[in-house]
Design a protein around this ligand. Structure first.
Ligand code: NAD
Ligand code: ZN
Length: 365
């Protein structure tokens, strides 16, 4: 029976997680025997964290540079590198970093047990064989990549920004250690933290609802509001709360879909290479008519934390017709979330002119 014939979706969530300050010191407990491959955000190169890892002789560290978000080519390159070094059958893959690093580790773990290239698995339930056992250790909170069943990659040739949506993509084990997020710069902390607020309200405003998904999303939103309405969003308590919100938001998304913000944000990422979480925040400038309550709350939280939400004019002064067409195409391609938010006839609401008007709102200073 294909998925479309099923009435209820069989939902997988994370099986194991260690939560608490300093939890990374228990990494050794959850590693499997044999050599391991670490994917680590290049921010941590030469930082003390590396010295604390239980590294063994044949382990391999790959530093993930986050200047660009993951591409299918980059994932293929990692696979080739490991194949050449005869390191393509590790016991464990460990991802330590933000969404970009966590997703790279997930994608490689799938690709080492499935032949072919990363682009072959962009879509829903295309991964055939279980992945290498993998552990996710987020160092910044918000994307929910630690809990979700996807790993977002851009296919530069086709312009498609889509992950390997699969139960095999879900981490086997997480280590949620709020100490690790202390060093995140304020703006990035806000942009990434807001990803969980945004995808949670998108899912709650959608039509494909699920009571469990709603419960995760409501709690994620409640925690985000506590964090970003407070005096110090990065206090010890708030970093714990945001890490929890991120995790719950990731679980929410495993049960539901996003809405209007993410497709527009994806358009900005594909056409202007703006990173996901900042692109979401820029997109919020054009979202008042779709999400009036959340629009207001979002800008109040930004003001409270003294975070300037950039205008799209930071990246581009004038958008020509050719770029508008690309933006339109890379937005409207996200049918599932747009149907979730606006219904089957979403193209009648989001006409080419309407989409242009929304992007123009983001350009205003
Ligand atoms: P990121 O991984 O690009 O990291 C953002 C920045 O924060 C980088 O410069 C990184 O070096 C830095 N950083 C991370 N941890 C740090 C720390 N502890 N101290 C100092 N600096 C630190 O960004 P992100 O916002 O976490 O993730 C965005 C990516 O996640 C995108 O590629 C997006 O497509 C993907 N994403 C995935 C999912 C999913 O479900 N898989 C969901 C949403 C977004
Ligand atoms: Zn997101």
């Amino acid at each position: 029976m294909g998925e479309k014939d099923l009435k209820y979706k069989n939902t997988k969530n994370i099986h194991y997680y260690l939560f608490g300050n300093g939890a990374i010191s228990q990494l050794e407990e959850v590693l499997k025997e044999g050599y391991r491959i670490y994917f680590i955000d290049s921010y941590f190169k030469n930082k003390d964290l590396i010295k604390t890892l239980p590294l063994q002789k044949d382990d391999e560290i790959i530093y993930v540079d986050t200047i660009n978000e993951p591409t299918t080519d980059k994932i293929d390159e990692y696979k080739q590198y490991l194949v050449k070094k005869n390191k393509n059958n590790p016991s464990t893959i460990i991802g330590i970093g933000g969404g970009a690093t966590l997703d790279s580790a997930k994608a490689v773990a799938n690709l080492l047990t499935n032949e072919g290239r990363a682009e072959d698995y962009q879509g829903w339930d295309l991964v055939k064989n279980p992945a290498i056992y993998k552990i996710g250790i987020p160092t910044i909170s918000g994307t929910g990549a630690e809990a979700s069943r996807t790993c977002v990659m851009t296919n530069v040739k086709s312009g498609l920004k889509l992950g390997m949506n699969s139960d095999y993509t879900i981490y086997d084990q997480l280590i949620l250690d709020p100490n690790l997020t202390k060093t995140v710069p304020d703006e990035q902390y806000f942009y990434t933290g807001m990803d969980t607020y945004i995808h949670s309200f998108e899912s709650l405003n959608g039509s494909f609802r699920h009571t469990v998904g709603d419960a995760f999303a409501r709690e994620a939103i409640r925690l985000c509001k506590e964090v970003f309405d407070s005096e110090n969003m990065k206090s010890d308590e708030n970093r714990e709360k945001l890490m929890t919100a991120s995790y719950l938001g990731g679980c929410a998304i495993a049960n539901s879909f996003v809405g209007v913000v993410h497709p527009f944000s994806a358009g900005l990422s594909v056409v202007f290479k703006i990173h996901h979480c900042e692109a979401n925040c820029i997109t919020m400038r054009g979202m008042e008519e779709f999400y009036p309550k959340e629009y207001k709350e979002f800008f109040e939280m930004a003001e409270k934390q003294n975070i300037e939400i950039p205008s799209l004019s930071k990246y581009v002064k004038n958008i020509d017709e050719d770029a508008f067409e690309k933006l339109y195409n890379s937005t409207i391609i996200h049918e599932k979330p747009l149907i979730n938010a606006l219904g089957e006839d979403f193209k009648e609401i989001l006409t080419y002119e309407k989409v242009k008007e929304i992007f123009k709102k983001m350009l205003k200073d």
